[in-house]
Design a protein around this ligand. Structure first.
Ligand code: SF4
Length: 233
């Protein structure tokens, strides 16, 4: 495929949240997202460029250059890498990276399952969108994810309010009444321009404990270290 890819940035950083916390990897951030979470901290990734910005060879060269320890770990993120405008490029990139022995995570907004990509990647990080995002989660997608990709995915939910927590808890209770057998993370929100939200963090831990601790509460370490506004960390 010779079509250029719509890339926002390619950089090396240490994973700051979820199951792969602390793991150094190269992030390939795609440009373009039409989901519109109201509390999005990456609105600079929303616009779709008229044409792609980097050729596949340039993307691969940038990944290899950033991967100084040869960890061969890449996280494909966005924007929305699973928007139909991005999926052909993402699929091609996944194939190229797999062919070079890379372990690949895809950051999925939780609004689409793209089997040809999900089947190939090593790990899927799937968002549960809470009420404060104003995006409605689709039950069927979560069922399908669980049926087809158990063992290679995590769910992440950003929690801003008690309503967010309860919506996540109730959704889980309806979908998995017997409990769930995968990692489901609650990420207390840490919004742009905000001081460290200690009270929110403590509340989320307490709410989770009150119902028996079905979730894992893990914050965004990179924001504690560098502040909520810093990019590429
Ligand atoms: S899916 Fe991600 S990039 Fe898109 S609006 Fe939501 S938080 Fe922002």
């Amino acid at each position: 495929m010779n079509t250029p890819l719509s890339i926002n940035s390619i950089y090396r950083a240490t994973e700051g949240e979820g199951q792969n916390l602390g793991q150094t990897q190269v992030f390939v951030r795609f440009q373009g997202c039409a989901i519109g979470c109201v509390n999005c901290d990456s609105k600079d990734t929303w616009d779709f460029p008229l044409t792609g910005t980097m050729a596949m060879g340039e993307v691969l060269a940038a990944v290899i250059k950033q991967d100084i320890g040869n960890s061969k770990r890449v996280s494909i993120t966005g924007g929305d890498p699973l928007h139909p405008k991005n999926t052909p490029s993402v699929l091609e990139l996944v194939k190229e990276l797999k062919g070079r022995g890379y372990w690949i995570n895809i950051e999925a907004a939780g609004t689409r399952i793209v089997p040809e990509i999900f089947d190939l990647v090593n790990f899927i990080s799937f968002d549960f969108k809470t009420p404060s995002t104003h995006v409605r989660p689709n039950r069927d997608l979560f069922k399908k994810l669980h049926e087809q990709y158990l063992g290679k995915f995590q769910i992440k939910a950003v929690i801003e309010t008690r309503e967010d927590f309860e919506a996540t808890y109730n959704f889980r209770d309806e979908l998995f009444p017997e409990g769930h057998n995968f990692s489901w993370f609650l990420t207390p929100s840490y919004n742009l321009g905000e001081d460290f939200p200690l009270e929110r963090f403590q509340n989320v831990i307490e709410w989770n404990e009150e119902v028996g601790g079905p979730f894992r509460v893990v914050g965004q370490q990179h924001k504690w270290l560098f502040g909520p506004d810093k990019k590429q960390v």
